[in-house]
Ligand binder design. Structure first.
Ligand code: AMP
Length: 285
């Protein structure tokens, strides 16, 4: 497995691979890899000749009061996990090489899709994501890029700028990978104590309850949100950031829930902000 730190090294590698006629799959991550990430890697492995993973805690997608400094960094462990897939190359740059002095160009997805859910609560977040993902797509010359449904709004945003900017890459969305009891895997789960992790099961429980109600014939969006909130409110350590229902992938408001609706939640368990979602007709139930 090749390890590159400098953007120029990755650029040269992907140029060579492209010249040799290989298809390239890109899996962008911030590291502290878990089974969710590895599922993305395996999907890329199945579909592409060459798999490039990036491990980069991207400073420009964090707000000033967010967890950039605290975010877990475990590059050596990550490499061991990546070797098991296996991936062909890992890109692990320094912020100063991705954003050198004089850097001043950003990708700003300026439509309604970034003005709700996490976009509304984390100003600048998707601008940071869109900018770094564009850079990674350019450096890797990826034909295919892989993202998790866990960050469903991110998938919508990435599809938007890829289409708007005519970037020649196809976007793949991989279902949410969960722990056996239901908690969506996340690098941020590491912030929680055992007690908090237990309490965090309320997120997936609330979505399951909502899905059950839907399966039993309840399609009223307000009622589905109410059911979700009631489950979350019953957990004293859970503080709701949002419980929202939209069409997917358009992210337009819905009155009546159907199989292409997404119920998305963000909830604080103590200091840890967790997100989760269900697409009613989706693979992840
Ligand atoms: P992150 O390292 O958190 O930025 O995530 C990198 C990629 O992995 C993103 O496309 C995420 O949506 C995806 N991902 C993270 N957690 C999961 C999960 N539990 N299931 C599926 N994909 C995930």
């Amino acid at each position: 497995m090749e390890i590159f730190h400098k953007p120029e090294e990755l650029k040269e590698y992907s140029r060579k691979m492209k010249k040799a006629g290989k298809t390239i799959g890109l899996v962008p991550t911030m590291g502290a890899l878990h089974e969710g990430h590895l599922t993305l890697m395996r999907a890329a492995r199945e579909k592409c000749d060459i798999v490039i993973a990036s491990v980069f805690v991207n400073p420009v997608q964090f707000g000033p009061n967010e967890d950039f400094d605290a975010y877990p960094r475990r590059f050596e462990e990550d490499c061991k996990k990546l070797e098991t897939v296996p991936v062909d190359a890992v890109f692990h740059p320094e912020p100063k090489d991705m954003y050198p002095d004089g850097f001043c160009t950003y990708v700003n997805v300026d439509g309604d899709i970034t003005k709700k859910l996490c976009g509304a609560r984390r100003p600048g977040h998707f601008r940071g994501v869109a900018t770094v993902v564009t850079k990674l797509m350019n450096l890797s010359r990826a034909d295919e890029a892989f993202f998790g449904q866990k960050d469903a709004q991110q998938v919508v945003v990435v599809n938007r700028f890829v289409s708007d900017l005519n970037i020649p890459v196809h976007i793949n969305m991989v279902p949410i990978v969960r722990e056996p009891e239901g908690l969506a895997r996340s690098s941020r789960n590491a912030y929680m104590s055992a007690d908090e992790k237990q309490r965090a099961l309320v997120l997936s429980r609330s979505l399951r309850k909502a899905k059950e109600a839907y399966d039993n014939g309840e399609h009223d969006a307000e009622k589905i949100k109410k059911i979700t909130r009631e489950v979350l409110d019953a957990e004293p350590k859970a503080k709701i950031d949002y419980v929202d229902l939209y069409s997917f992938p358009a992210l337009e408001p819905v009155d009546s829930v159907d199989e292409r609706s997404i119920l998305a939640i963000a909830v604080y368990i103590g200091k840890t902000r967790l997100i989760d979602n269900v697409i009613f007709g989706g693979a992840d139930k």
